[in-house]
Design a protein around this ligand. Structure first.
Ligand code: HMG
Ligand code: MG
Length: 299
């Protein structure tokens, strides 16, 4: 990876579609993932193996992974909350997983029905199995700035949770601004603290765009040396367990920003915009909603 390279983790098939009111067919999901890889995305979070009662939109994840024609140089990862999810993911042929906890106790209870400490205990077992099987594990931390139930979260708490996940063996931590309340100064403050405790190369950012701050936050993160960011085509996304969690930052807008800064993502913006239009059509969404500048310019 050159100094100018940025890695984008595309989360629309998971974070995007988990929040749609209508259920999307497995075929459409597979086509979305395929179109995204055709546009140059190399890491796509394709599914999640969670309780179908908690998130019915992801209930067909096994089928999606089975139907998916996989490209050799693309990572198709899946979100898992526990050993049951890990086993289901492995059974479906997943080769990389993401575990998820939060910096806030109350959000974690609502989202995965356990305390932060209990989530670490679950993850320890998951990490052990994954190490044996040579499965890479990414870690998410939600509510890194604010929690919808508990209020402000301190950088020290986020740093503590991150340290635990890295020590357990996660290769990277993605910092989730679940309800999009982060602003550039908060991003700078958090990353400045975290980089004293761990290599910046192990940190990624995951911004929801509730207050239109995501691109500015990404710029602030780039200034701190962040090279990995999560985004979602057409700005799809949100967590059903966090009021205020609207769409993720649109991948089209992120690529447009990176291109303008002379940074390389390896993504074909024109093709990507086409994917955004296509999935928006499938979801019967109005093109002006949540689509961002890059998309609107090309309409
Ligand atoms: P629980 O009720 O405590 O689990 O839920 P349990 O172990 O007591 O099991 C209850 C039932 O769920 C049982 O079924 C289990 O078999 C089943 P029953 O016997 O009642 O029929 N079950 C499962 N089924 C399928 N797959 C599994 C699984 N585990 C148990 N893996 C649990 C705990 C974690 C399972 C549940 O709360 C859950 O699935 N939560 C997931 C919530 C979720 O997916 N949220 C959205 C993703 S996180 C996010 O969006 C944030 C992120 O984007 C970053 C950011 O933006 O901040 C990552
Ligand atoms: Mg998210």
């Amino acid at each position: 990876m050159s100094n100018n390279s940025i890695r984008i983790v595309e989360v629309s098939p998971r974070d995007g579609l988990q929040n749609e009111h209508t259920l999307i067919s497995s075929q459409i999901k597979v086509e979305l993932i395929t179109r995204l890889s055709d546009a140059g995305l190399k890491h796509i979070e394709a599914a999640s193996f969670v309780s179908p009662r908690a998130v019915p939109q992801m209930a067909d994840s096994h089928q999606v992974m089975q139907l998916l024609p996989r490209q050799k140089d693309v990572i198709y990862s899946a979100l898992i909350p526990n050993i049951k999810g890990l086993n289901a993911a492995l059974d479906a042929g997943v080769t990389e997983v993401a575990i998820f906890t939060a910096a806030s106790e109350l959000f974690n209870q609502k989202n995965i029905n356990c305390s932060i400490a209990d989530s670490f205990a679950r993850f320890k077992d998951i990490l052990e199995i994954c190490q044996e099987k040579n499965i890479r594990v990414r870690g998410y931390i939600s509510t890194v700035f604010n929690c919808p139930y508990q209020g402000e979260i301190s950088p020290a708490q986020v740093t503590y949770v991150s340290r635990q996940l890295i020590d357990m063996g996660c290769y990277e931590i993605s910092l989730g601004d679940t309800i999009g309340t982060g602003t550039a100064n908060k991003v700078t403050r958090l990353l400045q603290q975290m980089r004293q405790e761990m290599p910046i190369e192990q940190i990624a950012v995951h911004f929801h765009d509730t207050y239109g701050q995501a691109l500015t936050n990404i710029y602030a993160a780039l200034e701190q040396g962040i090279k990995v960011m999560d985004s979602s085509v057409a700005g799809l996304g949100g967590c059903p367990y966090a009021k205020g969690s609207s769409g993720n930052v649109a991948t089209e807008d992120v690529v447009y920003l990176l291109n303008g800064l002379g940074l390389e993502s390896g993504i074909d913006l024109t093709k990507l915009v086409g994917v955004g239009h296509w999935i928006s059509g499938q979801l019967r969404r109005k093109n002006t909603s949540k689509t961002g500048l890059a998309m609107n310019l090309r309409r």
